[in-house]
Ligand binder design. Structure first.
Ligand code: COA
Length: 257
């Protein structure tokens, strides 16, 4: 299969899917999202694959949605957001456990991609953040609700409304990641976790996964809908236009008063 922005390898029973657009810190553009979906579908269909690991090449796991996608027409932005949501929901609905092996930055939509995985193994030098506020927008792929559930209201507000990056150790303390490992051992540790999971009953694993995703949807579902509609309110604002232009022009945004 021809994939431009993602590499796909089999390591025993684990499929290793690597976001491969390092010059843009693996920012998610339309093509990368499509490639990621195709790689995940391949892993899902292959009975010899029991677990999937997603990681990033270079110095980031993923620096979020490609901001250039937000500078397109309203129709294109809507399609892009829907595509991203489809990919993240696919991760959640797969019958196999998915592990995010987070190296470097996991920001914005990249953080949300990690949050859609069943496990996050973070390298000790990784950084997380829901940084959308700095662009004059808000998360739209589930981060507000998932953070509310894992880190609690006070911290979720702080993470989303301040938009600051925080360390892997902080993410561990907040219950956002399941383990922090030395950077040079990240893939080894993620594959070892994958190997352990591969020893379990695939049927029971898949049921356990759907219990968590089903329960999370039933608890957080209404919040996901609010987040989704408010994302589109935010992205249509003057401040979003300014924040996105400022990022692309590498300058500080000037917000409306
Ligand atoms: N969308 C598009 N391009 C992005 C990107 C994104 N989300 N994140 C990084 N890039 C690009 C940069 O524009 C740059 O491209 P260029 O070399 O062609 O100019 C390249 O990736 C490297 O990033 P750079 O900013 O030069 O690296 P840095 O080490 O100085 O900073 C970050 C790293 C992660 C702090 C910074 O890139 C950043 O803040 N990115 C945006 C993160 C974000 O807000 N994501 C949420 C989007 S909704």
């Amino acid at each position: 299969m021809e994939l431009k922005y993602v590499t796909y390898e089999k390591r025993d029973s684990v499929a290793l899917v690597t976001l491969n657009r390092p010059e843009k810190l693996n920012a998610l553009n339309r093509e990368l999202l499509q490639d990621l979906l195709r790689a995940l579908e391949l892993a899902e269909r292959d009975p010899s694959v029991r677990v999937v690991v997603i990681t990033g090449s270079g110095r980031a796991f993923c620096a979020g949605a490609d901001v250039a996608e937000f500078a397109k027409s309203a129709h294109e932005v809507k399609n892009f957001i829907e595509l991203g949501r489809r990919v993240l929901e696919y991760v959640e609905s797969m019958s196999k456990p998915v592990i995010a092996a987070v190296n470097g930055y996991a920001l914005g939509g990249g953080f949300e991609l990690a949050l859609s995985c069943d496990f996050i193994v973070a390298s000790s030098n990784s950084f997380f953040g829901a940084t959308e506020i700095n662009l004059g927008i808000v998360p739209g792929w589930g981060a507000t609700q998932k953070l509310l559930a894992s880190a609690g209201l006070a911290k979720a507000r702080e993470i989303v409304m301040l938009g600051e990056m925080f360390s892997a150790d902080e993410a561990l303390k907040l219950g956002i990641v399941s383990r922090v490992v030395p950077a040079e051992k990240l893939i080894e540790e993620a594959l070892a976790l994958g190997g352990k999971l591969s020893q379990k009953s695939p049927v029971a694993l898949s049921i356990a996964k759907s219990v968590f995703s089903g329960a999370s949807r039933s608890i957080l579902g209404p919040g996901f809908e609010i987040e989704k509609s408010m994302f589109f309110v935010a992205i249509s604002s003057e401040d979003a236009r300014e924040g996105i232009s400022a990022f692309l022009e590498r300058r500080k945004p000037r917000w409306q008063l």
